[in-house]
Design a protein around this ligand. Sequence first.
Ligand SMILES: Cc1ncc(COP(=O)(O)O)c(C=O)c1O
Length: 391
Amino acid sequence: MNDTTPHMGTLAVWAGENEPASGAGTQVPIVRSVAFGYRDVAEWEAVGRGQVAGDIYSRNTNPTVRAFEQKIQCLEGAEAATSFASGMAAISNTLFTFLAPGERVVSIQDTYGGTNKVFLEFLPRQTVEVEICPTEDAAVEAAVAKGCQVLYLETPTNPTLKVLDLPRLLKAGQRVGAVTVVDNTFATPINQRPLELGADLVVHSATKYLGGHADALGGAVCGKKDLVSRVYHYREITGAALDPTAAYLLLRGMKTLHLRVERQSASALTIAQHLSTHPAIAQVHYPGLGSDPGYPVAKRQMRGFGGIVSFELVGGANAMRHFLPRLRYAHRAANLGSVETVAGPPATTSHVELTPEERVTAGIPEGLIRYSVGIEDPRDLMADLDQALAP
Ligand SMILES: Cc1ncc(COP(=O)(O)O)c(C=O)c1O
């Protein structure tokens, strides 16, 4: 960034917020209209053909949704962005845009459960060849070297927070001409910008940190203009468009993204350090711990280590049933990235779509807790964890 390029905190507040007309409201309005009217037929046609800026029908474009797209585009440093009704809509539409029968995709074992389901169930039905590697750089590199049309990565992973070396793997993808896609939901652009590290596309569940208040579903795809417009073209037809009211809530949430994520990342590190010495904890997964296998790469490619800490309870499933109900400052829910702390067992939440056998392969024991640190005072969260962990 040069001196005049705004920093992330400024972009989070101002990107996508166009100067209102004199006397108009300062906030992006929620435009709920399904269609946009034109008295002049020639103008209507010119907008429809994309020769003049404007909106025709909200499944395709909508002013509130466009403001959300502009904000995430700026935060990710992308040429273009498009949006979706949810993170899974963004991910599945992206994969189906770039993969035709007979083609090949390489990904990792530790993707989000829904994404994993697309790889294991839906793409094979379209006779797409899917190679799911162990979540290790060398394994991914070897699979990519055999050739593929798409390389799909997620780092840090959900829920065990493994870290992949993005510059190394994205270079491997480029060498074979693959479209490279990174799910940046956990890190957010505040902590990691995959496009700067060589990715073609970034996908988001905006439902999580971008919105930050657990009150709106949404998804986004950002990156190279020609690729984003192919994804957009596919979305026009699948109809998985973002609702304008959700776009408004996501936009409002994103204005504080930098503040929330910086606080959550700092608190998560403190909590991970605290838990790593606790006798009731068998293992802590957090890439910001010096002892974590992901630490050296995370330190190179991330600005902060994120707000999620996962830990395995010594007592397994029974300990999990004892611990979770006792937490005072956590929603027990299948979500993450909100201002409130959220805790849950991935085996029955994010990875419930997997069969028990698939969960074993993915390394998700029943006593694993995914703890999404909120913006509360970390001292209160640590005291809460201690009382809930007490026998
Ligand atoms: C890393 C990651 N990607 C994608 C998704 C799917 O997002 P959504 O629930 O918005 O469809 C999730 C949901 O938890 C996620 O954690």
